[in-house]
Design a protein around this ligand. Structure first.
Ligand code: MG
Length: 373
């Protein structure tokens, strides 16, 4: 087995888990975390949650589940190459979207709007809530009792107000510290995955075209190469050839740039990484610019496409209506959920429990729930 870098996360230097447990017999602690994520209910529900396209629009599009698996694949490649903790990276990648609402970002925006008077709703914070509190898998503790570094990676962003309530996990946002490198890898693997698979899904949906994408250098450079090598390739195979080359070019750039950053800053431990003053896992400046170009293209032409926006408006309305209806009359909730919510200690607590319930819904469960009220 490869020797981990001295600045990689390791269970020997970790503060470990909130609740003490005996060590795993056949796995390391981070493999155990990964497996706990895979066996969680929230992970299974990602299969029916929107990434960009609503789940029932077609079976060929990415869902949050397939997105998370692609993020993990990219993250593991990078972590392995940089001698980082591959198991931890995989655990973070698979868990990174657990707190997402149904209907993608539209759902999250709507729920945040509903929760304004009750402390708001942030999907990163919700992912942490899922693994710390909402999963009911163990007799001895709530949640999944994950390792500190796994939770550090899951809590990618957080508002300052919330950070102040989270102890050591939140303190880094107040102190301006960085997370470990595995968390940094997971963060950028997420971006690489969705930018590229959204090109693929966008083309498949017909909402964007190869011609339009020529405006993005990340795409056009690879298009030229593929076209020159195979002039008569079908559009489908051409798209895949281009997209996988796009991913490869970003991953290679990221590995080289990060290796140079690590050599320059020369961290000895994971705490040196946290105090490095900037992220060490990054794309080169030219690649970052191309990446932004692609992101802006996707925002303008895909995420803001009228067909996607139509779905977005409907999604917001669904979340809004469900939240208001449950707040007004909690007897509309299924019996088991009602029992859980009726134990709330006040309006704020009640709203939070309803938000937990709605956030846990899949797209189709939310649509069915709307029909039931
Ligand atoms: Mg993601």
């Amino acid at each position: 087995m490869l020797q981990l870098a001295s600045y990689a996360a390791s269970e020997e230097t970790s503060t470990g888990r909130t609740y003490r447990e005996s060590g795993p017999s056949y796995r390391n602690q981070y493999q155990r975390d990964r497996d706990r994520v895979i066996h969680s209910a929230a992970f299974r529900r990602l299969e029916y949650k929107t990434q960009v396209f609503v789940n029932h629009e077609g079976d060929m599009f990415r869902t949050r589940l397939t997105h998370s698996i692609e993020v993990a694949q990219i993250g593991r490649t990078i972590a392995r190459e940089l001698n980082l903790n591959e198991d931890l990276t995989e655990a973070i990648c698979l868990a990174h979207d657990l707190g997402h609402t149904p209907f993608g970002h539209a759902g999250q925006e709507a729920l945040n709007h509903c929760m304004q008077a009750y402390g708001g709703f942030e999907h990163n914070l919700q992912s942490l809530r899922v693994v710390e509190l909402l999963e009911e898998k163990y007799a001895e503790f709530p949640g999944l009792n994950l390792m500190y570094e796994t939770k550090e990676g899951i809590l990618k962003h957080c508002s300052r107000t919330k950070a102040a309530e989270l102890g050591r996990l939140g303190q880094r946002f107040l102190d301006g510290l960085q997370p470990g490198l595995e968390a940094q890898v997971a963060n950028i693997a997420d971006e690489i995955a969705y930018n590229n698979h959204d090109v693929d899904d966008g083309l498949r949906s017909g909402l964007i075209t190869i011609d339009q994408l020529q405006a993005c250098r990340l795409f056009s450079i690879q298009f030229e190469e593929v076209k020159n090598t195979w002039p008569r390739l079908s559009e489908r195979r051409m798209t895949h050839e281009i997209v996988r080359r796009m991913i490869n070019s970003q991953v290679s750039d990221l590995i080289q740039t990060s290796q140079a950053m690590i050599s320059e800053k020369d961290p000895g431990t994971i705490d040196d990484v946290r105090h490095a003053g900037e992220v060490l896992i990054k794309l080169s400046e030219p690649m970052r610019e191309k990446n932004i170009e692609l992101k802006q293209f996707l925002r303008r032409n895909l995420y803001q496409h009228e067909r996607v926006m139509g779905m977005t408006d409907q999604a917001k309305q669904t979340i809004n209506t469900l939240f208001m209806a449950f707040m007004d009359n909690d007897r509309l909730l299924p019996e088991e959920t009602w029992k859980m919510i009726s134990g709330a200690t006040g309006e704020q607590d009640k709203a939070r429990r309803i938000a937990d319930y709605i956030a846990g819904m899949t797209d189709r469960y939310a649509i069915a729930a709307l029909e039931g009220i």
